[in-house]
Design a protein around this ligand. Sequence first.
Ligand SMILES: C[S@@+](CC[C@H](N)C(=O)[O-])C[C@H]1O[C@@H](n2cnc3c(N)ncnc32)[C@H](O)[C@@H]1O
Length: 445
Amino acid sequence: MNAREIALNILKDINIKGAYSNYSINKHLTNEISIKDENLIREIVYGVVENRLYIDYIISKASKIKLKKIHPTILEILRIGVYQMIFMDKIPDSAAVNEAVNLSKKHGHKGVSGFINGVLRNIARNKERFKQIDEKDNLNYLSIKYSYPKWMLKRWIDDYGYDFVEELCNVNNSKPLLNIRVNTLKINRNELLNRLKNYGYIVYETKYAKDGIVIENPTRITETEEFKQGFFIIQDESSMLVAQIANPKKQSNVLDLCSAPGGKATHMAQIMENQGYIKCWDIYEHKLNLINKNSYRLGINIIDTEIHDATKLDNRLIGQMDYCIADVPCSGLGIIRRRPEIKWNRKEEDINKLKEIQFKILDNAKQYVKPGGIIIYSTCTISKDENEKVIGRFLNENDDFKLLSFENLICDKRHMEESKNGYIQLFPHIHGTDGFFIAKIIKDL
Ligand SMILES: C[S@@+](CC[C@H](N)C(=O)[O-])C[C@H]1O[C@@H](n2cnc3c(N)ncnc32)[C@H](O)[C@@H]1O
C-alpha cells in the first residue's frame, strides 16, 4: 500500500467514521513504513482535516456534481489531490492528479477515475481563480479561508473580537511542536536535553513550564531508551502548568477527579517526590489502565486509580484532600492544532451540556478539600462558557472559596498578567501552547 492509500484509509476513518486523528494514524502506521512516507501521510491527513471546508469550496467550484452527491470515498480522494495541489509546493500537479486517478481505480466504481481526472485537471488549470474566496460577509470569509464551522467562529468573535480570532485561526492551522515533560524523579532537564541532542533531536526548554522540553523533530521519540526507561512523558506545556501551579507539598493528599491518562496526576506525584497519596478517578477502566501503565514506566507508586463518576459525590472523601485537580471533560476547542477533527465533530449544543457537567464536578470538588486546601480547575478549551463563566458562577455561590494568585509559579511572566488574579487563559497564537484554562482556588481556613 502506498502512502496516499494509507492516508485515504485514515481519512475515511476520521471523516466518515468520526475517529480521532491520533488514534487512527497510530492504528494505520506500522514500523515498515519509512519515515519519509510517515511524514507524507501525516502531512496529508492533518492538512486535509484542517483545511476541509476550503478544499471542499474549491472542489465545488470545479465539479459539475454537487459535493453531497459525491461518494464519500471519492470525495476523500479528491480532497487528498486538492490538498497536494494547493498546499504542497513540492508535489507537481500532474503527480497529484495521477496518484488520485490510480487510487480511484483501486477504490472507486467504474467511470469514476474520469470524473476525478476531470475535476483535478480543471483545478490545475484554474488554480488561482478557484483559490479566491468570493465572499463579502466577514464570517463566511473566515469560515472558508481557515475552514471552521461558522457557529464556532461566531462564539469566539463574541468572546474575543474578529482580529483576535483571525490570528488564532491562522496559528491553529499550523503544525504544533511536540512537548515532553521531564520525569525529575529519574533525570534532570539538562541531562535529558543533552541526551536527546546526542541523538540529533532539536530540543530546547519550554518557556513557562519548569519541566518541559520542546522537540522540533520528534520522529520515533517513543522508541528511545530514554522514553522506555521513563525519563519523560509526552505532554503539552499548557497541561504541565497545572501541577506546577498546584505546587503540592510532599506527603499531600490529592484527588484527581478526571484523571486519565494521568499526565497531571503523574506530574503531581513527581513534584511530591513520590511521597503522599493521589487518588485518580475516571469513568473508563481502559483509560485508568493507561494511568497505571504511565505510573509504572515513570517509577511512581503513590497513585491509586478507581472508577468513579466525578459528578456523583463520594461521601468517604469529604474534607480529606489538600489538593483537588478538576481537569474536567470539555469541548477541546484549544487543541484543534493537534486534533483538527474537533472542528467537524464538536457541536454547539455540546457546550451547554458540558458547562453543567463541569460546574457539577467543581461543585463536588469543593466538598473534598480541607480548610486551606486547593482546587485547580482546568480545561483544554478557549470557550468562556466553560472557563471564566463556570468559575464565576462557582465563586458567586461559594463565598468561602477565593482565587489565589500564582504569578510567582510561572517561569516567564510574559502574557501571564492574569496569573496574579488566580487564573490564566492560554492561546496558541499568544503563548505558543494549546488553548488552555487554569484557575487556582483556595478554601478559606
Ligand atoms: C481532560 S481529560 C483528563 C486528562 C488528565 N487529567 C491528564 O492530565 O492526563 C478528561 C477525562 O475525564 C474523564 N471523564 C469524563 N467524564 C467524567 C466524569 N463524569 N467523571 C470522571 N471522569 C470523567 C474522561 O474519560 C477523560 O479521561
